[in-house]
Design a protein around this ligand. Structure first.
Ligand code: PEP
Ligand code: MN
Length: 337
């Protein structure tokens, strides 16, 4: 349920509504827009009647959010929400670049790649220490040693750390080292893990499952928000289609659709979407033009030797060139980098 206050409603009227909601055993999220204040009601609001709230002074309208997700719904939070990670804002005017290798492979390689992406203008360093590989015979990640290396390298270069947690045990470790915890496509519907992420206060990048609809994605985000963790960034990373010339199919229309359905910031990962480094720049630029708030790009200094996803990793020069072009497209659509 959302309670829409009249334009210019007084503070005392807003407080009275908030008190009444709390008295009904529900929680609130107050969003103060330029024109009006919207009070989002959290909890089992379908069990309370809307009329008593509609009659309170200063209230313009009371609406039920009909979507199955509530806290993630745009109706609930009229303004786009931002996620501020140690001063870097996702969902604002700036498009945030997070880049790095697929996996953390060792200190020297990571330092080399981190230097490249930092120099080109990335704000965050990506890299997995716990890898959800399709094959049990593939490299599974360096674990905590990898996290330690990543934290150190990122601190030297003033980069944010974004890394994946794949289960409770890795989440416990990841929250100690990372600025942003990534929940991968394969775990998007691991609801127990989502509940645990919801119980933390660490910003989270939630990747769309490869066969998940946007509603599925938003319901997964709802799990995290419901737990009280409001720092959720959604990530479109391509979905499975019948097309085989690319690893996945980047659902570019997810960007404007999500912008309409939700207030949460939207990141796009053109690397896992395409599987080929040759296609990554075009998809990245298209995503910026479509209105994404952040990009997640795999970069490797020696992709032929990469332990995972070398074929889709940009070379250092490609990444620098991409940054240059991202800036131009961002400017053209009223954004900055
Ligand atoms: C990744 O970003 O490292 C990854 C495994 O991606 P996804 O979960 O989208 O497949
Ligand atoms: Mn990868």
């Amino acid at each position: 349920m959302i309670i829409i206050m009249r334009p210019g409603a007084e503070e005392a009227q807003i407080e009275r509504v908030v008190d009444r909601v709390r008295a009904a055993g529900l929680d609130v999220h107050v969003s103060r827009g330029v024109e009006r204040t919207i009070i989002g009601v959290k909890g089992a609001s379908h069990e309370v009647r809307t009329e008593p709230f509609a009659l309170l002074p200063g209230v313009d309208d009371v609406l039920r959010v009909l979507k199955p997700y509530k806290l993630a719904a745009r109706e609930f939070h009229a303004e786009p929400s931002t996620v501020n990670v140690r001063g870097t804002v996702f969902g604002g005017k700036d498009i945030v670049m997070v880049a790095g290798p697929c996996s953390i492979e060792g200190e020297q390689t990571l330092r080399e790649i981190a230097g490249v992406v930092r120099h080109a203008g990335a704000k965050g360093l990506r890299g997995g220490a716990f890898k959800p590989r399709s094959s049990p015979y593939s490299f599974q990640g360096m674990g905590e040693d990898g996290l330690r290396i990543m934290r150190q390298v990122a601190d030297e270069l003033d980069l944010l750390v974004q890394t994946e947690a794949i289960n409770s045990r890795s989440l416990e470790l990841v929250v100690q080292y990372a600025d942003i915890v990534q929940i991968g496509a394969r775990n998007m519907q691991n609801y127990e893990l989502l509940k645990e992420v919801g119980a933390t206060r660490v910003p989270v990048v939630l990747k769309r499952g490869m066969a998940a609809s946007l509603e599925d994605l938003l319901l997964s985000a709802e799990y995290v928000l419901h737990g009280g963790n409001e720092q959720v960034i959604l990530c479109e990373r391509g979905i499975r289609t019948f097309e085989t010339s690319t690893r996945n199919t980047l659902d570019l229309s997810a960007v404007p659709a999500l912008k309409e359905l939700t207030h949460l910031p939207v990141m796009v990962d053109p690397s896992h979407a395409s599987g080929h480094r040759e296609y990554v720049p075009s998809l990245a630029l298209a995503a910026v033009a479509a209105g994404c708030d952040a990009l997640l790009v795999e970069v490797h200094s020696h992709p032929d030797e990469a332990k995972s996803d070398g074929a889709q990793s940009l070379l250092p020069d490609d990444f620098a060139d991409l940054m240059y072009r991202v800036r131009a497209v961002a400017r053209a659509v009223g954004r900055s980098v």
